[in-house]
Design a protein around this ligand. Structure first.
Ligand SMILES: CC(C)(COP(=O)(O)OP(=O)(O)OC[C@H]1O[C@@H](n2cnc3c(N)ncnc32)[C@H](O)[C@@H]1OP(=O)(O)O)[C@@H](O)C(=O)NCCC(=O)NCCS
Length: 177
């Protein structure tokens, strides 16, 4: 892996919405498309990777990742949280940026003590690096129905090759507020 150090991971702001939209749209096979209005409404749940330095880069936002609370899976105080919309610009891949984004997202999510972190993905090898393991899709039925509702590629979530994975995190300490 050729590391690329001239970048920073930061919380997204409204000014990043257009770049995030473009980045997600570039990966229609692997990432569920998101409307710009959806991105703007959930901008507080997005991280971006910004290219730094004086060198001129074609686009400043070179990666993104987001999360979404799934209150329907888990208990009210410990729902599941999904990592979604993970994408890195083609020319910056395999330099550690995707990993940096996912690690930062997991850090943000852990503050909420979720029952588990969930991902639906084609890139299982990538997510295994962070401790995710494959689970039967049946364990995420509600998420599948909501997430796949507009899909025209497969007749059922079970014929779709996307894999469900989860990362179990340390539970909230007993008696904690
Ligand atoms: C998956 C993705 C985010 C990875 O980003 P990245 O910046 O290239 O990831 P990293 O450089 O941190 O990769 C670290 C390691 O993960 C593994 N890895 C990365 N991308 C992989 C892929 N597509 N398939 C399998 N393993 C992968 C490799 O082991 C890699 O280490 P190596 O380069 O030393 O072999 C990027 O390929 C991407 O944007 N893909 C298209 C969108 C997508 O699939 N998103 C995930 C949807 S949930």
């Amino acid at each position: 892996m050729k590391a690329f150090h001239a970048y920073k991971i930061r919380n997204a702001g409204f000014e990043d919405a257009g770049a995030i939209y473009a980045l997600i749209k570039e990966h229609p096979r692997e990432v569920v498309p998101r409307a710009i209005s959806d991105i703007v409404q959930n901008i507080d749940r997005f991280l971006v990777c910004e290219a730094k330095g004086r060198r001129k880069v074609a686009r400043r936002i070179i990666g993104t990742a987001a999360w979404q609370i799934l209150p329907e899976i888990g208990k009210a105080r410990n729902p599941s949280i999904e990592i979604k919309s993970v994408a890195v610009q083609n020319r910056y891949r395999r330099r550690g940026i995707g990993s940096a984004l996912v690690k930062a997202t997991i850090q943000r999510i852990k503050r909420f003590h979720p029952a588990q972190i969930v991902v639906l993905t084609f890139t299982t090898a990538f997510f295994r690096r962070f401790g995710f393991h494959e689970v039967p899709k049946e364990t995420l039925m509600h998420k599948l129905y909501m997430g796949c509702i507009n899909c025209t590629k497969y007749d059922s979530p079970f014929t779709c090759p996307e894999v469900a994975m989860t990362l179990v995190v340390k539970p909230r300490p007993a008696g904690a507020g």
